[in-house]
Design a protein around this ligand. Structure first.
Ligand code: MEV
Length: 329
């Protein structure tokens, strides 16, 4: 035997019976600071539990591991390129936790719309790793879970700040900066948030690349824009702490203006943002990667939230959710 492997613990075998492992994760919404967060400025994000993903894993009768999800059904080894992150995540989980590899049937059920800036790729990986851990009866630290998810995210999005991984595996809102320890906080604001799906697939990696290329051509402009967004995010965090929804709304709108200047918005998103403003929103902006995806708007109460949500639907949104930002006391 190779002497280097003498010290390794034995592999953890799979349970002998028909045990099913399950894992869940939710989606996320970036309140402020997307894209700037890639350049080490802060961003604020919150879990969005209205849409979730559940993964079930059990030992397969077939000689190979298979995946069954909305976009693909078949052997893991033949998974299409856009789902390669699942394969990577599974291999990393098995390797890093010294699990004994056996053929598995993996079923993924998700209500998170894909490519809407809601963190669906990170959420599905988080749920998959949790299901694998449940199946093998092993514990995983948050650190290890996020390490594996981030590796898989690099495959899905190339350049990633890690914010999707963090928020889809956490139950609290977070203010996050790449170079610093994330800080989670309690969000308790007398306001409602509308999340509207434009119905158009967003293209996070394209959008991140676009900003990267723009930075090569106009470095000063992009750096200024990112620094300004970073300042807005810090001010927004203070506004949340002070319960100042008007200030938060204003900052969200400013944030959208800068994202628009960076070329991350498009006509469809701007139309929905405008409709929210005209219907009396305290603020509105795109959320997530952009170039499609979702728009968020802030409303002072539920009634206004419903009016704004309707206006956003009329402006082209395919679906809207209304969230109370003040948890029930
Ligand atoms: C994507 O949800 C948010 C971006 O800032 C990319 C990232 O932070 O990885 C656009």
């Amino acid at each position: 035997m190779d002497p280097h492997y003498n010290h390794l613990p034995p592999k953890i075998p799979a349970p002998p019976t028909k045990k099913i492992g399950t894992g869940q994760a939710h989606s996320k919404i970036i309140l402020m600071g997307e894209h700037a967060v890639v350049y080490d400025y802060p961003a604020i994000a919150m879990p969005f539990t209205a849409v979730q993903v559940e993964v079930k894993v059990h030992a397969s009768h077939k000689p190979y591991t298979s995946i069954d999800c909305q976009y693909y059904r078949g052997p893991l080894e033949q998974i299409p390129e856009h789902l390669e992150n699942l394969k990577t995540a599974l291999h990393l989980a098995i390797e890093s936790m010294r699990l004994k590899e056996i053929p598995l049937d993996i079923k993924i059920e998700s209500t998170i719309p894909q490519e809407r800036g809601m963190g669906s790729s990170a959420a599905v990986v988080v749920a998959l790793i949790r299901a694998i851990c449940d199946f093998y009866h092993v514990q995983i630290s948050d650190y290890q879970l996020r390490l594996i998810t981030n590796e898989a995210e690099v495959i899905a999005h190339q350049s990633t700040s890690g914010i999707d991984t963090l928020v889809t595996s956490s139950s609290n809102p977070i203010i996050y900066r790449k170079s610093q320890k994330p800080h989670s906080f309690k969000l308790d604001l007398d306001a409602f948030l509308i999340v509207a799906d434009s119905g158009q697939a967003g293209r996070t990696s394209l959008a991140v690349n676009h900003v990267h290329e723009l930075k090569k051509v106009k470095p000063h402009f992009v750096e200024q824009a990112m620094a300004t967004i970073g300042r807005f995010v810090n001010q927004a965090y203070q506004a949340i702490r002070l319960g100042d929804r008007t200030e938060l709304g204003r900052l969200m709108t400013y944030n959208h203006y800068y994202l628009n200047q960076l070329g991350i918005s498009n006509q469809e998103l701007d139309r929905i943002v405008n409709a929210a403003w005209l219907a009396g929103a305290l603020g509105a902006k795109l959320t997530g990667g952009g170039l499609g995806g979702c728009v968020i708007a802030l409303a002072e109460d539920q009634h206004h939230g419903e009016i704004i949500s309707e206006a956003m639907m009329k402006a082209g949104a395919s679906k809207a959710w209304l969230l109370n930002l003040s948890p029930v006391k």
